[in-house]
Every structure is written in structure tokens, then in C-alpha cells.
Design a protein around this ligand. Structure first.
Ligand code: SF4
Length: 614
């Protein structure tokens, strides 16, 4: 029976320079669908409590979804591992063309375990697998490594995922770059790759991806394309990408400014789509086969940074490397983000950490590096710190390269009060003080502070959730919304669909695409139920790795310091509000008061995870 699954996983053991093909059990497909689900189950099966994320025992799992590589719109790939930044579960997503190529080579995913003795890269050409010497590539940036591998293999059509110098140096927020501009950015998957002495994976596939019922699948795809076409939200992404969110976040008081001290920035419009279109953009581009085309290709055409070729500076990067650092010159922000991309370092975490350093220096907690005036608004200081962090250079570079949580712990005095993270993952660019549901989502997200595992902001600001009124500032009625959004997000992440696609495509269309492509029964509840199963499995994994309810909290800034500006001026999410939302959330999840899933919850979801909390 044809199916969009290839039913094969490639397992590569770098310690023994060997590989094997594993079958995909039916139960894995039924219970976990693909993508995040496959990755979570495999990670739980492979990683014992206490495993060092940078040891040979932590696998690096590249997963596709069942619809990746088909004509279903806006499908991507993901990387799953134990994060060196947080010490808990990590899933990080990337678009582009690398993940469809995994399917074309004949695999649903690639699992990498062990550690090579010297730098290597993996070359997969359909059934041919080779582990090649990469000593000559070590020390190159992400784009140079990509170019050199294509030259070496004499084929420009090969797709490549690579790390830069930051991954080699095991910076815990190093990323993996898929082709030229699509990163698995958050949580340090690049450091895990570096710890394996793995510079890159190059892949070429020539096999077709079949679907179970072609006519039904074409009809479902046509429906999905039409839904995207008719969605005003999707049209907004097509016109302006996520850059349009800068002015929205500013008007609503959610934009981080000066290490999240404020929620507005007077020069926000310079950083948004208007500023970017004036100074950078030249045309649209897209991940493979995506009709949304949210990306822009551009170049810095004037000024000191003239000549940089750049993608869209998406909202998170421009907010954290621009507004958060009090920098309004979009060309300078393009330069700073490009530096991070070349080193292979998450520009979100890096912007957050530099903002922390600027504030800590202004408050006298750390000194400025020699010859640098470390203060908000200083582009040269930000640039200096990017180089210092990526190369672990100087006292400050070494300190900050550990991530904001550890850096703050090591600075004497009140530095921890300035560190804006949840569970060690630097916060994204949506300050939650005016939207408490977003705060609850940060508190409970499976990979640490993240806005992509449920994004309640639009519901909170519209004042309505499923027909019921919703007060954005109140802690009431938030848990139910956050649980539902998280379950649906985890369910969709089994398909590895782009979040932006879900602004136009509803759950029943995704279910129909899945059914038509694989032959599996799926309806609107399938993604929700599967998402809930994954969420609980990952919770159990995280508890086994040492997570406790004490870490389901917000950073002090959002709890103790009232927002000084914007429409929610004066508001914060108090400890009482946090406690209220957290207990309601645990109860709705079927967890005990310490945030541990109850046996009846695990049994209902069919989860058999044997960990220290049983
Ligand atoms: S919407 Fe943008 S990020 Fe998402 S798949 Fe399409 S081009 Fe890629």
C-alpha cells in the first residue's frame, strides 16, 4: 500500500563510522504521526536521566513529517535532541529544502549517535552513505562550509545542513543552518552537532514520495492552497513576512526594549516592514514549494554595511537585536544578525544575552571590555560581543557564551534579576506583562521560554477565546486556552508544518491531508490527541532529566517590575497570578500539584515511560 511515509529511518553511529536502516513501527506512526512525535518518542527511548547533552550518548535526530516532500503546502523539518542550554527536551524547526531531500533520499528521518574522533561530514546520496573527513572544513562559517562541500562533491544541487564556528565551539545556543538561510535556531542543536565532531550533513535524493490516495490528496491540497489564498493573515505574511509584527508589538506594548525593561520603542517603525523594505528588500522568496512566500531576499545598499546580502530580518531577530538593544538602524541590525548566522549562533538568544550584558554594565555589575563602551544603542559594542561570544574570547565573551542563565548566576550581586529566560532558554520577543496567557505559555513550554508552542497573544488582545470574553491582564481563563493551543501546536508539529500555514489552513484540512497521504485514519481530534500524548511524554522526559515545578515560572522582570509604558502600563504578572494559572494548568493537564502527570493521565494516553517519578 503506498504511503507518504518511507518507513525507513537512517541511524548513523559516528563512534563506529557505521550506519543501519531501521523500520518505522506501525505503533510509532499511529501514536506519534511524525516530526516532533517521532523525535520525542525516540529521544525518550534513547536518553537516560542525567545524560550530558554534549556527550556521545545524546542523539541528534533530524525528522521530517509525513507530508514533507509532498505538494502539501508549507511543510518543513525538525531537529530533536536534549538541549545543552536547558538540559531538557529540545525540538527546533527549519524550512528551506534540506528536509524534503531527506524524504527524496528515502528516509523519514536521520538519527545520529556517537561521536567521531575527528571532524567529519556525512554524505548521503540515496542509498549510498559515507562519512568523510571534514578537518579542512573545521573553522569555516556556515555559508563557506556549504560552498566548499558542494565544490568537493561537484554538485550544486546537493542540500546541506551545517554548523559554523559557534557549533564547533559548543556554544549552547549554536544553531544548525539548512542550506543558506533556514536555521534550526533555538536551544543549541548546533552545539550537539559540534560535540559529535560533525560539521555537516550533505544529502541528495532522487526517489519519489508516494501518497496513499493521489486523487483525494490532490483535492485536499487544492483545498489547503485555497484556504491560504483566502486568509488575510497569510496575505500579510506574504506581503511583509513577520517584520510587520514590529509595529503591532510596539503598539500593544509587547516589544522588548532595553533588555525588556520597556514594552515600546519610539523608533520601532525603522525596524519593521517599512524600514526593511526601504533599506533591504529586493524580492520575495520561499521555502521549497511554499505558496506563502513570507521571505524576502535583499541587500544593504547604503551606509557602512553596504553589500550584505540578507534574508528578511524576521520579527524575533529584529526585535531582540534591534529594539531590545536600542538600535534602530535596520542596516546595522542586518549586519549583526548576519554575523550570528555566519557563526551559526541563535540571533534571538544572542540579542537577549547582549541586552542583559548592556544593562548589567550600565548598572555597574560587569565592566566594559577594554576599548568598548558597553551600553544600549552602541552597535560596535554589540558587534564586539558577538565575536567575543562565538569565539569564547576574553572574560566577558567566555562568560556570556554560556547563555544568560549561567552567565547571570556567575556574576555577583543582582545580575540574576536582569536575566530574562525560562528554564534557561532566553525569552522570545513578546513581553508578556500585558498578556498573561502568553506568560503561562512561557512558564509551561516544553523546551523553555518559547512563543511557538502556543501563541495566545492574538486571542488575548482580541478579548475573546472560543466565543467567551477574555481579559488579557487577568490570570483567569488562561489555562484552558494555553492547554488547547499547546496540544494543537504539538499535534501540528508532528506534520512539521510551518506555523504560518496554520493561520490559513484549519485542523480538518490538515487531517484530510494526512489521511489522504498515508491512509491513516485522522480527523480534527487526531492532532489534538496526539499533541496531548506528546506533551505528556515530553513532560515526563523533562521531569526525569531534573525539571521541577519550581522552574515553571517567569523571569523576575515580568513578575516584580510593572510595565512602564504602553497600553498595559503598570501591569505585571504577580506571584499570585503565576500560582493561580499554574495550578489551574496542572489540574487541566491531569498532573498533580508538583506538575507530575498522574498515572490515570498517562494510562489514558497510552504512555509507558519508566522514569524516576513512577
Ligand atoms: S511561510 Fe515562510 S517560513 Fe513558512 S514555509 Fe513558507 S516561506 Fe518558509
Amino acid at each position: 500500500m503506498s504511503s507518504a511515509y518511507t518507513n525507513k529511518l537512517m541511524m548513523i553511529d559516528l563512534s563506529h563510522a557505521s550506519f543501519e536502516i531501521l523500520p518505522v513501527p506501525d505503533a510509532l506512526k499511529t501514536n506519534f504521526i511524525g516530526g516532533k512525535g517521532f523525535g520525542a518518542k525516540l529521544l525518550c527511548d534513547m536518553v537516560s536521566p542525567g545524560t550530558d547533552p554534549l556527550s556521545k550518548d545524546n542523539p541528534l535526530i533530524f525528522m521530517t513529517g509525513p507530508l514533507t516532500g509532498t505538494m502539501a503546502p508549507a511543510m518543513r523539518g525538525c531537529v530533536v535532541t536534549k538541549s545543552p542550554l536547558t538540559g531538557i527536551f529540545l525540538d527546533s524547526y527549519f524550512g528551506g529544502s534540506f528536509s524534503p531531500e531527506i524524504k527524496y533520499a528515502g528516509y523519514d528521518g536521520i538519527i545520529i549517535k556517537g561521536q567521531a574522533k575527528k571532524p567529519v561530514f556525512i554524505w548521503i546520496n540515496d542509498d549510498h552513505v559515507e562519512i568523510r573527513d571534514a578537518r579542512h572544513l573545521w573553522g569555516t562559517n556556515t555559508l563557506e562550509a556549504n560552498r566548499l562541500i558542494k565544490t568537493e562533491l561537484k554538485d550544486k544541487t546537493i542540500k546541506i545542513a551545517t554548523i559554523g564556528q559557534a557549533g564547533e565551539a559548543r556554544i549552547p545556543f549554536a544553531l544548525i543552518c539548512g542550506e543558506y538561510n533556514r536555521q534550526a535556531g533555538r536551544g543549541g542543536a548546533g552545539a550537539v552537532m559540534g560535540s559529535k565532531n560533525l560539521k555537516a550533513i550533505a544529502i541528495k535524493g532522487t526517489k519519489p514520495v508516494l501518497v496513499h490516495d493521489p486523487q483525494r490528496f490532490i483535492t485536499a491540497c487544492a483545498r489547503a492552497f485555497k484556504e491560504l489564498e483566502e486568509s488575510p493573515d497569510v496575505e500579510s505574511f506574504r506581503q511583509a513576512g513577520t517584520a510587520a509584527s514590529v509595529e503591532f508589538a510596539n503598539e500593544t506594548g509587547l516589544l522588548p526594549h532595553k533588555n525588556y525593561q520597556n514594552g515600546t520603542f519610539s523608533k520601532a517603525s525603522d525596524l519593521g516592514d517599512k524600514g526593511q523594505s526601504k533599506h533591504l528588500w529586493l524580492g520575495s522568496s520561499a521555502c521549497m514549494g511554499c505558496p506563502i512566500r513570507c521571505s524576502k531576499i535583499g541587500a544593504v545598499r547604503t551606509g557602512k554595511y553596504k553589500g550584505i546580502i540578507t534574508d528578511i530580518i524576521e520579527y524575533e531577530s529584529v526585535a531582540l537585536m534591534g529594539a531590545n538593544l536600542d538600535i534602530s538602524d535596520i542596516r546595522a541590525v542586518a549586519h549583526l544578525v548576519k554575523l550570528c548566522d555566519l557563526y551559526g549562533m541563535d540571533s534571538m538568544s544572542t540579542g537577549n544575552i547582549i541586552g542583559f550584558a548592556m544593562e548589567a554594565c550600565e548598572k555597574g555589575l560587569i565592566p566594559s571590555p577594554k576599548g568598548i563602551d558597553l551600553k544600549f544603542g552602541n552597535v560596535a559594542a554589540a558587534e564586539h560581543l558577538i565575536h567575543a561570544i562565538a569565539n569564547k574570547k576574553g572574560e566577558l565573551g567566555k562568560l556570556l557564551s554560556q547563555g544568560v542563565q549561567k552567565a547571570a548566576q556567575k556574576i555577583a550581586g543582582t545580575a540574576e534579576e536582569l536575566a530574562v529566560h525560562t528554564k534557561g532558554l532566553e525569552a522570545p520577543a513578546w513581553g508578556p506583562r500585558g498578556v498573561s496567557g502568553m506568560g503561562l505559555a512561557y512558564m509551561t513550554t516544553d523546551r523553555g521560554g518559547c512563543h511557538q508552542r502556543g501563541f495566545p497573544v492574538s486571542y488575548e488582545l482580541s478579548g475573546e477565546w472560543e466565543g467567551h470574553p477574555l481579559d488579557p491582564l487577568s490570570p483567569e481563563d488562561k489555562a484552558q486556552m494555553v492547554v488547547a493551543l499547546q496540544n494543537y501546536s504539538a499535534g501540528r508539529d508532528t506534520l512539521v508544518n510551518c506555523d504560518f500555514g496554520s493561520y490559513g489552513i484549519p485542523a480538518d484540512t490538515y487531517a484530510e491531508l494526512l489521511s489522504a497521504a498515508t491512509g491513516q485514519k485522522a480527523d480534527t481530534n487526531t492532532l489534538m490527541e496526539t499533541g496531548e500524548r506528546i506533551w505528556n511524554l515530553v513532560r515526563y522526559f523533562n521531569l526525569a532529566q531534573g525539571l521541577t515545578a519550581q522552574k515553571d515560572i517567569l523571569p523576575r522582570r515580568f513578575v516584580e517590575e510593572p510595565l512602564p509604558d504602553g497600553p498595559s502600563k503598570g501591569h505585571r504578572i504577580s506571584r499570585d497570578d503565576m500560582d493561580y494559572m499554574r495550578q489551574e494548568y496542572y489540574q487541566l493537564r491531569g498532573w498533580n500539584k508538583k506538575g507530575v502527570p498522574l498515572d490515570k493521565t498517562l494510562n489514558r494516553l497510552g504512555i509507558k515511560y519508566v522514569g524516576p517519578h513512577q
